[in-house]
Design a protein around this ligand. Structure first.
Ligand SMILES: NC(=O)c1ccc[n+]([C@@H]2O[C@H](COP(=O)([O-])OP(=O)(O)OC[C@H]3O[C@@H](n4cnc5c(N)ncnc54)[C@H](O)[C@@H]3O)[C@@H](O)[C@H]2O)c1
Length: 284
């Protein structure tokens, strides 16, 4: 989508961090932006900041874990701006731990926000983007944790691998139309992700100021989220499918695929397969 001025975007998790960075970049480029977030105070502040700069923006409190809330946000976007061209499914939370020690509530919270939030965003917004025929773009925020499985982050990694899979599926589905699809895989970005539990709903254990000091300290050294906002805008204009914020992390993707391909080297000389008659050209 080369021409973004006057187009309408909806961004989840837009009251903080990268979502706010995107709202700043998109609105500065002349887009109309609906900011969605679960944290009303921060959302009101973000909308006020942008309005004070003359940007054409509005806000809607949205809980991406709830289908009705995301569909209501879609309706609010249409009511405010008439149509929608870009959806950024960006809201996310970070909870750490091993698969076997992460509590059921934290597992469900992570999957409900990071994975279901993307699903509801696509279900609510994709038909609206398709309906006007003017084209558009979808950005799903995954993570480098969707490209490489870091230790002690099992639920988070699982949720982000799923976001990469959903995004790659949508890329294949929209290869021949005027709707672009990108997956954002940030490295370390200086946001409030380390205090995600500030917004944890009651059903997942409630809000708490507990934090991973290690993560908070690491994020402080990360990239400015406004740079990511600019980068995502550039990617939408260039129809760039994979958005990596830290080229230095390329080696992890390389190492993962090298390890995976070694599995094929082993399969080539595996005794059980030598006996099998297998069709290898499968068209999916
Ligand atoms: N910061 C990093 O280093 C990093 C790295 C890789 C990926 N990410 C991903 O980037 C995305 C944005 O996070 P961030 O780093 O800007 O963190 P952030 O905490 O600054 O912003 C996330 C926003 O999502 C909102 N949110 C949380 N739960 C929500 C819900 N149920 N419904 C709607 N909004 C909700 C929060 O209120 C917050 O405003 C997330 O998907 C995160 O997983 C972050």
């Amino acid at each position: 989508m080369k021409d973004v001025a006057g187009k309408v975007a909806f961004i989840t998790g837009a009251a903080s961090g990268m979502g706010l960075g995107m709202a700043r970049a998109f609105s500065a480029a002349g887009m109309k932006v609906m900011l969605g977030d679960i944290e009303k105070t921060a959302l009101d502040k973000a909308v006020a900041e942008l309005k004070a700069q003359g940007r054409d923006v509005a806000g809607v409190v949205t809980d991406v874990t709830k289908r009705d809330s995301v569909f209501a946000a879609a309706q609010a976007t249409i009511d405010a701006f008439g149509k929608v061209h870009v959806v950024v499914n960006n809201a996310g939370i970070g909870a750490s731990g091993r698969a076997e020690t992460t509590s059921e509530k934290n597992w469900r919270w992570t999957i409900d926000v990071n994975l279901w939030g993307v699903v509801w965003g696509l279900q609510a917004f994709m038909p609206l983007i398709e309906s006007h025929g003017e084209g558009g773009h979808v950005v799903n925020t995954a993570s480098m944790a969707g490209m490489y499985a870091w230790g002690e982050l099992s639920a988070y990694n699982a949720s982000k691998y799923a976001v990469v899979a959903i995004s790659e599926t949508a890329m294949a589905e929209h290869i021949n139309d005027n709707i672009g699809v990108s997956v954002l895989c940030p490295g370390v970005v200086n946001t409030n992700l380390g205090t995600s539990a500030r917004n944890r709903p009651a059903e997942y254990g409630g809000a708490t100021d507990s934090r991973s000091e290690q993560m908070v300290e690491m994020l402080k050294k990360g990239l400015n989220p406004d740079v990511v906002g600019e980068q995502v805008l550039e990617a939408i204009r260039a129809n760039q499918p994979y958005i990596f914020t830290d080229p230095g992390l390329r080696k992890y993707v390389q190492a993962r695929f090298d390890r995976i391909l070694k599995g094929y080297d082993w399969a080539d000389q595996c005794q059980a397969l030598k006996k099998a008659d297998q069709q290898t050209d499968i068209t999916l």
